[in-house]
Write a protein that binds this ligand. Structure first.
Ligand code: SF4
Ligand code: SF4
Length: 126
């Protein structure tokens, strides 16, 4: 397989959902934008906390290492990543998502509907 660099969309492959099963999931090593609904579904906050103060919620989640940042005045957050860029919810050994059933919308939509190069992804065999 030719060289793929997750940071260079020009090297990405045409997306084929069947490939996800044997892929090393480079897509889970890219920044993921989430909304408060995603964080509520993940169980890291609840509607009361978010309604009370989204800014305070963001501050707590950042302190706890769940989010990397919050875009003030919006409901958009960036999920935290490990030092090696892996998503905090990725199992480093198996390279599977540990919260698959509750994963954020962005993860469900990439790369068919969202992404730097819609329809393409940094697919690479495990
Ligand atoms: S990089 Fe592409 S093929 Fe690999 S897991 Fe992600 S979406 Fe699936
Ligand atoms: S939440 Fe799951 S699917 Fe989404 S980036 Fe993290 S490990 Fe991947």
């Amino acid at each position: 397989m030719s060289y793929v660099d997750k940071d260079r969309p020009s090297t990405w492959k045409k997306y084929d959902k069947d490939f996800c099963v044997s892929c090393r999931a480079n897509c889970c090593c890219m920044p993921v934008e989430v909304k408060s609904d995603d964080l509520i579904r993940l169980g890291v906050t609840d509607i009361d906390e978010v309604t009370n103060s989204i800014k305070k919620t963001a501050k707590r989640l950042k302190k706890e290492g769940i989010i990397m940042s919050y875009r003030e005045g919006t409901e958009f957050f960036m999920l935290a990543q490990k030092a090696n860029s892996e998503c905090i919810f990725m199992d480093s050994k198996t390279r599977f998502c540990t919260v698959y059933d509750k994963r954020p919308e962005t993860c469900r939509d990439f790369p068919a509907r969202v992404g730097t190069r819609v329809g393409f992804c940094p697919a690479e065999k495990k």
